[in-house]
Ligand binder design. Structure first.
Ligand SMILES: [Zn+2]
Length: 202
């Protein structure tokens, strides 16, 4: 089942959510189906959210991650962090960007995660077949040529995914802003098998 395959109105979801029906509503044609077909991707997301919210109950949590862990990962669409790591709602912080690179902004998020919200462990996840391996620093130059302005950020492209995991671990371990720098582990997620492979920090 995908979120997009079951167009329903919020009203229908409210009616059926008590019986946890996972199958019947999809077969019921509704006015909203036409709207979804003609809508943008964002319209589909908003529609899916209405169904989500209709079945949602307040978990009663505060903002502190239950497992006291922050996961830094690539934004790759094939990497479902919660499924792949057996995480539940409220368990962890997830910080994602192109490559899962530990940039200054990731350090910013980790600093807040640790100092304001109590996380102590850091898990770094890169993956096989990352788009960042196909990008070069020429990207930055080409961008400057096209728009007439040099981006303030580094592209952070990499050739060797293992080496980039090591570099990311090193950036966490040497950051003066973080409270907890001992429990930092790095992995490469295999998009073909779904398995994590741990990278030796040395
Ligand atoms: Zn990637």
């Amino acid at each position: 089942m995908t979120a997009f395959s079951r167009p329903r109105t919020a009203t229908e979801s409210q009616v059926t959510s008590n019986v946890m029906s996972m199958t019947t509503p999809a077969s019921v044609p509704t006015e909203s189906q036409g709207a979804i077909r003609g809508g943008t991707v964002t319209d589909r997301l908003v529609e899916a959210n209405e169904r989500y919210a209709a079945a949602f109950t307040d978990p009663g949590m505060d903002a502190h991650p239950v497992l006291h862990v922050a996961v830094v990962a690539c934004m790759d669409a094939r990497l479902d962090l919660h499924q792949a790591l057996g995480l539940e709602l409220g368990d962890c912080h997830t910080i994602r960007n192109a490559g899962g690179v530990v940039t200054d902004d990731v350090i910013r998020s980790l600093t807040i995660s640790q100092r304001a919200l109590g996380t102590r462990s850091v898990v770094l996840i890169h993956h096989t077949g990352c788009g960042m391996e196909a990008v070069t620093e020429d990207f930055r130059h080409d961008l400057e040529m096209e728009v007439g302005q040099r981006p303030a950020w580094a592209v952070e492209a990499f050739r060797d995914v293992e080496q980039d995991v090591r570099q990311s671990m090193q950036r966490v371990r040497t950051s003066p802003f973080l409270l907890h720098r001992d429990d930092v582990r790095g992995f490469v997620f295999d998009v073909k098998t779904g398995l994590l492979r741990e990278i030796d920090p040395e």
